[in-house]
Design a protein around this ligand. Structure first.
Ligand SMILES: NC(=O)c1ccc[n+]([C@@H]2O[C@H](COP(=O)([O-])OP(=O)(O)OC[C@H]3O[C@@H](n4cnc5c(N)ncnc54)[C@H](OP(=O)(O)O)[C@@H]3O)[C@@H](O)[C@H]2O)c1
Length: 329
């Protein structure tokens, strides 16, 4: 009786084995084709924490060697050691401040002799709160790190990729790139820059064999909020699915919004008239600014409140004490 049962089960077991083998081979082929398209080295900026560190882990899992760049060298070195111990890849760390005008030679020296097939322009930070209350130097540093550095790196490494007729560039933008965001105005504009450059280059560079993608995360659980000086009371995505969404979309789409809920928000934003979307965001954000600031926002002038031309003279003074954003950047 037992022998009969076994002989009945045998075909099913064989079938399961075949499926498992097929899945393994498909996974292996995907991994090797990813390596062929974007290997052997990836340069990841802002790899000392959050989304950048997760990019390093997932790219190493796909067999790419990683060059990790940021200011906190100890963290980069620890991550490089972790990756070398867990994977059969090479990993290097380079300390660089992307807000400095002469950052490029430092990075190029670290990348000398390495064939960078994938650039992940991830490093970035945000200012939040009233524009006039933030130090101008910080807004300018944000432009350097979020916009100038990614553009320079894409130009420098993109040319080498185009010569080889293969490679990839990922710009980490944000869902805020799709919105004019009061109290995040400068930051949202830097992310819109990332998004628009990436989408334009996606079209331009595909004929050169280079895939370009803008990743648009929503709120993600990283150190970003600490640096921006905000307290997060909203749901945040973990980093792993955010990065996985980017690696799935690379070579398939010009941009991707990570996460189902964020895609719903994105669609709503597209449906609302632009002015209304800005006003809704502003109304929500101003409550938040008032709740965290010791210096409440002035009331709106009468002409805004009641649609009249007279302006109340009381509201035109900029705040005296600046917001206190996080210490990094
Ligand atoms: N977390 C979110 O909710 C969210 C949402 C949408 C988009 N994003 C975007 O995702 C990207 C990664 O941010 P994250 O969320 O992972 O935040 P994070 O944990 O604060 O990581 C930011 C990374 O950028 C690096 N960085 C900052 N300033 C730098 C500078 N001057 N020079 C070199 N590296 C610098 C930091 O490294 P060092 O401090 O060691 O230099 C760090 O590795 C950013 O572009 C951000 O705009 C984040």
């Amino acid at each position: 009786m037992r022998a009969v049962r076994c002989s009945l089960l045998l075909p099913y077991l064989l079938r399961l084995l075949l499926i498992a083998r097929q899945n393994f081979l498909e996974g292996y082929c995907q991994m090797s084709s990813f390596f062929e398209r974007y290997g052997p080295w990836a340069l990841i900026t802002g790899a000392s924490s959050g989304i950048g560190a997760e990019f390093a882990r997932q790219l190493a899992a796909r067999g790419l060697n990683v060059l990790l760049a940021a200011r906190r060298k100890e963290r980069l070195a620890a991550l490089a050691e972790e990756l070398k111990a867990r994977r059969t890849v090479n990993a290097r760390a380079v300390e660089v401040d992307l807000s400095q005008p002469d950052f490029l030679p430092t990075l190029l020296a670290a990348a000398a002799g390495l064939e960078i097939g994938l650039l992940v322009n991830n490093a970035g930070f945000g200012t939040s709160g009233e524009f006039l209350a933030n130090p101008l130097e910080r807004e300018l540093a944000m432009l350097e790190v979020n916009c100038r550095a990614p553009l320079i790196l894409a130009h420098e490494l993109g040319r080498a990729m185009a010569d080889r007729r293969r490679g990839g560039i990922i710009f980490v933008a944000s869902i805020m790139a799709h919105l004019s965001a009061p109290y995040w105005a400068g930051y949202a504009a830097t992310k819109a820059h990332n998004l628009l450059v990436a989408e334009g280059l996606w079209y331009e560079m595909k004929r050169r064999g280079v895939d370009v993608l803008a990743l648009c995360p929503g709120a993600t659980d990283t150190e970003f909020k600490d640096v921006a000086g905000i307290r997060a009371r909203y749901p945040q995505m973990p980093v792993a699915p955010v990065v996985a969404a980017a690696l799935r979309a690379l070579g398939r789409k010009p941009s991707v919004v990570a996460g189902f809920q964020n895609r719903v928000v994105y669609l709503l934003l597209k449906l609302l008239p632009r002015r209304l979307a800005t006003s809704v965001w502003g109304a929500v954000a101003q409550k938040w600014v008032n709740s965290v600031s010791s210096n409440p926002l002035p009331p709106l002038p009468v002409r805004w409140e009641k649609g009249r031309e007279e302006d109340s003279q009381t509201s035109s003074q900029p705040p005296e004490t600046p917001n206190t954003p996080g210490s990094r950047s």
